[in-house]
Design a protein. Sequence first.
Length: 478
Amino acid sequence: MIYNAPCTTYGSKARCNVTAAIAWLMVLGVHASGDPAPVAEAVLVGGAPQPSGHVEIISDARAPIGDSDRLLLTRGVGAWTWCRPEPRGDGGTTGRARFRPLRELPAGRDGDYPLRAFLVPADLASRLSEHWPAEAEWCDTVETVGPGQEMVWLRTSGPPPAVDDAWLLREAAQPIARLEAVWVGERTGCRVVKLVADAWIAAGDRVVRWPGWASRRVARCWTVVAHAEPLGDVQRVWVAAPPGVALRGEATVDFERGGRFVGSGVVERRDARFWFVRTSGEVRADRVRVGDECRLRTPELLATGGAAARLFAAPGGLFVNAGEADGVRGGMTGLVYREGRFVGEVWLEGVQAGYASVRTNGEGLPSPPRALDELYLARPERGLTEVGTVVSASEGVVVASLSGREAPLNEPLLVEGQGGGVVVVLVLRESSGRALGVVVESAPADGAPAAPAPGARLLRAATGAGARPDNSKGKEHG
């Protein structure tokens, strides 16, 4: 529920609705033991008339507002400004907090959207960490670097790390060092494992948890391409060896760039720092490049819908790059998807060690399966559903056009095609089909926050049950 009250702002003379404010405080007290919304709507109670103007909100003494917390003041989706907290001489004992807008909003007129305010805490990312999309990275920050660059100390956020957790440091997309936690406390001490000889680490560098807890939640193993070299018609690719992953024999990996499939390959050998992958000449959309993301595909992930194989064309028809080593058996049913949309069911035959042929009767399919389509052995456990597209973005605020599906408030949404996985949280919806959101960064970089590109899709992650295809109808997968 939203509890809002008219207010005086920017020196206006309107009277506050004290009854509504008191009611809001009573409700706040009732729900104090629960989990508050990460971005809560604040009750505006006005402020003293000043030339530049300021706003006041009702505050909870048990949750003091920090110097890095911000207030987003809006008059609908089309007019907004950030507000910074101001110190109060009473120390906040009056139950109010004062903010100063960074710019003045247009004066309201009859029929305009009411003035509303949303309190954006400095630790917003940590509050959202339980629901952080597995496709989005979680960054922490290097605080100090030890002598000889052999140790570093990290400032972390989100769920506390543990000994043997790891982080990946990249420079211009190339992985250059792995950091391994050897001591955990107020700061996390890490041993440095260099992946390039001239790797240099500096205070302020952002490092990615590897894997993040969101990836662990869905049993996803990922890494990054460090080097690629031609090998006849294919490539030999060096990828940074993911920490704590034990491979049994050869393993299949898939390469992606900006969320788009690039190619597949097989891990032929490995050492403490790298996996060495031979790419497939048949299953590829492009040449693999340094910085491409690499995902491990295990039989367990394939069986439960946590990973997909890929179709490829060869003399004799259509095949899939999964076989006996991946748990595929003759007569199995596969579910074919293209760009997240269900295409139809196929049957697997002629299973070999690393591939199988694909058969379809072709009846009732809106589009026949084709090379590079995804093939799942179970309904995908996780899918990304579009809820809207970015109209504009600046100063860490996003205006979005909703797609008609439910667009949840206070839930992290992934921005498609943004390097590292930019996350947005919607805080305000309008009947016009537009929404206002804020960009969330786990470890904000210096300068302006990431600005999603206009037209980028906002995607909501969903978890499914991994139902077997022979117990499901095709329409259930659409």
